[in-house]
Design a protein around this ligand. Structure first.
Ligand code: MRU
Length: 414
C-alpha cells in the first residue's frame, strides 16, 4: 500500500479522473449519508436509487484501488468491494462478485493494473505475464476477459519500466471501460428501431420482450447489452414490458435484471425458466433479446445456460430472437460454437441450494435437492446461428453469420 500511495503521489494524473464523490447505500437506504462514489464519467445513465452508477470505478480517495459493486449481494444488499491486488480481481471474477462478459473483461484490465502495482520493479514483466495468465484462468467462457487482458499486455509492450507500465495500464483500462460504455450505448441505439418497428405494428400497444440472465448494465459498465435497446425504447416513451427469466441456478434474472428494471421503473415480470415457451405459444412475447459471453465468427452464441431452449421455442413460434453484444464478445478465431467454446462447469452447491431472504429477514440459503443426489451445473450453452434472427452490435445489426460479422468488422479479419 505504501508503494501504491507513493507511486500515485508521483503520478497524480492517472487517478485524477476521479473528480467527484457521491455516496449512497441504495438498498438499505436508511437515510444513509449521500457520499460514496463517483468519477468523471462522460456518460452515465443507469441509476441506483436515483444516483448514477457504474459497475467499476477507481477509488476516489485511495489512488489506484478499484471498486466494484458486489453483485452476489444484490438485490438484498448494496455493497461495494475494494480490489487491492490482482488476486482480488481474480477472486472477484471467479466468485462472481462481478459477472457478465463486458464487466469481467474490464475487471481483468484493472487486474493487470493492480498486478503491476504489486510487482517487484526488477521483475515486473515476468510478473505481468503471470498476472495475465492468472486473470485469464478465472472464468473460461466469456471471451472478453482473455481479449482485454491480451489487449492490455499488448498496450504495455513498449514500456521500459514498471512505473511507465503502471501509468500506461491505468490509461488503457480506463479507455477500455469508456469504450465498453460507448459500445453498450451504441447497441441501444442500434437495437431501438427493432422495438420501434414492433411498437408501430402493434399500434402503440405494449411491446413484450423476453430476456434471459442479466445482460444489463450490471453485466457491463452502463446501459447493458440486451437491456440497452430496452432502456432506449423506454426513455423514448415506448410502452415496454419485460419477461425476466429467473435464470437458475444463480438467478441473475430474478435478482439482478429485475432489480435493474425496477430501478429504472420499467414494467417487468419474473418468470420461472420453463415459462417462456408457453408465453410464446400464446402471443405474449413479441421479441427476445439476450446477451452473449462469446459469439463465434459463424454467429453461434454462448450465453447463460437455458438460452438455447428459449431460442428453440422462439424459432418454433416465429418470434424474433436477437443477441446483443459488443465486438469485445466476438471470438474471431472460432467457427463452431458448439464444438469449440469452452463451457464453464460450476460448483454443485449453486444447484443444490438457493439463497434468499428468510422469514427472520436475514439472507441465507436453503437446501433444495435430495441430499446426496449428484447434480450437474453447466454455466452456459450455445445457441446455433440458425436460431438467431440477428446480432445487435455497436456498429449495427447483422445476420448471425460470418458474412454478417465480416460486413460490420472487416478490419478484424484478413
Ligand atoms: O455467469 P454470468 O452471470 O457471468 O453470465 C452472464 C451472462 O450469461 C450474460 O447474459 C452475458 O454475459 C451477457 S453480458 C452482457
Amino acid at each position: 500500500m505504501q508503494r501504491l500511495l507513493h507511486h500515485f503521489r508521483k503520478s497524480h494524473d492517472v487517478a485524477c479522473n476521479v473528480s467527484c464523490i457521491i455516496s449512497v447505500n441504495p438498498i438499505r437506504d436508511v437515510a444513509c449519508n449521500v457520499s460514496t462514489i463517483f468519477c468523471a464519467f462522460t456518460f452515465h445513465s443507469m441509476k441506483v436509487n436515483g444516483t448514477p452508477f457504474h459497475t467499476i470505478w477507481l477509488h476516489p480517495e485511495i489512488p489506484g484501488i478499484v471498486q466494484v459493486i458486489d453483485q452476489r449481494k444484490l438485490p438484498f444488499e448494496f455493497a461495494v468491494v475494494d480490489l487491492l491486488t490482482a488476486r482480488d480481481a481474480f477472486d472477484a471474477i471467479r466468485n462472481m462478485t462481478v459477472r457478465g462478459a463486458p464487466l469481467i473483461g474490464v475487471t481483468g484490465a484493472y487486474g493487470i493494473c493492480l498486478g503491476l502495482l504489486g510487482a517487484t520493479t526488477g521483475n515486473w514483466r515476468t510478473e505481468l505475464e503471470a498476472t495475465a495468465s492468472l486473470l485469464k484462468s478465472a472464468r473460461p467462457t466469456a471471451v472478453n476477459l482473455a481479449i482485454l487482458v491480451d489487449e492490455m499486455c499488448l498496450a504495455l509492450a513498449d514500456c521500459t519500466t514498471n512505473e511507465m507500465a503502471i501509468q500506461q495500464a491505468y490509461r488503457e483500462a480506463s479507455r477500455f471501460k469508456d469504450r465498453e460504455i460507448a459500445w453498450s450505448e451504441a447497441i441501444g441505439e442500434n437495437g431501438l428501431p427493432l422495438i420501434e418497428e414492433i411498437s408501430r405494428k402493434k399500434n402503440g400497444a405494449t411491446v413484450n420482450i423476453l430476456t434471459h440472465c442479466n445482460a444489463g448494465w450490471l453485466a457491463c459498465i452502463d446501459w447493458g447489452t440486451a437491456t440497452a435497446p430496452i432502456y432506449k425504447a423506454f426513455h423514448k416513451g415506448i410502452p415496454i414490458h419485460v419477461w425476466v427469466d429467473e435464470t437458475r441456478p444463480r438467478n441473475q434474472g430474478a435478482r439482478l435484471t429485475a432489480w435493474e428494471l425496477s430501478q429504472e421503473g420499467i414494467a417487468h415480470t419474473v418468470i420461472p425458466d420453463n415459462t417462456g415457451g408457453h408465453l410464446m405459444q400464446h402471443g405474449m412475447v413479441d421479441l427476445c433479446i439476450v446477451g452473449s459471453d462469446r459469439t463465434t465468427l459463424n454467429g453461434d452464441v454462448a450465453n447463460k445456460i437455458g438460452t438455447y431452449l428459449k431460442a428453440l421455442a422462439a424459432n418454433d413460434n416465429g418470434i424474433p430472437f436477437y443477441v446483443a453484444l459488443p465486438s469485445s464478445t466476438i471470438d474471431f478465431t472460432m467457427h463452431d460454437g458448439v464444438k469449440e467454446i469452452p463451457i464453464e462447469q460450476r460448483e454443485a452447491d449453486e444447484v443444490t441450494t438457493m439463497e434468499g431472504v428468510r422469514e427472520d429477514g436475514k439472507v441465507g440459503s436453503v437446501q433444495l435437492v435430495n441430499p446426496g443426489s449428484p447434480v450437474a451445473n453447466y454455466g452456459f450453452d450455445v445457441t446455433p446461428a440458425r436460431l438467431v434472427t440477428g446480432l445487435i452490435t455497436e456498429r449495427g445489426v447483422c445476420s448471425a453469420s460470418e458474412a454478417g460479422i465480416r460486413g460490420l468488422f472487416p478490419e478484424r479479419l484478413g
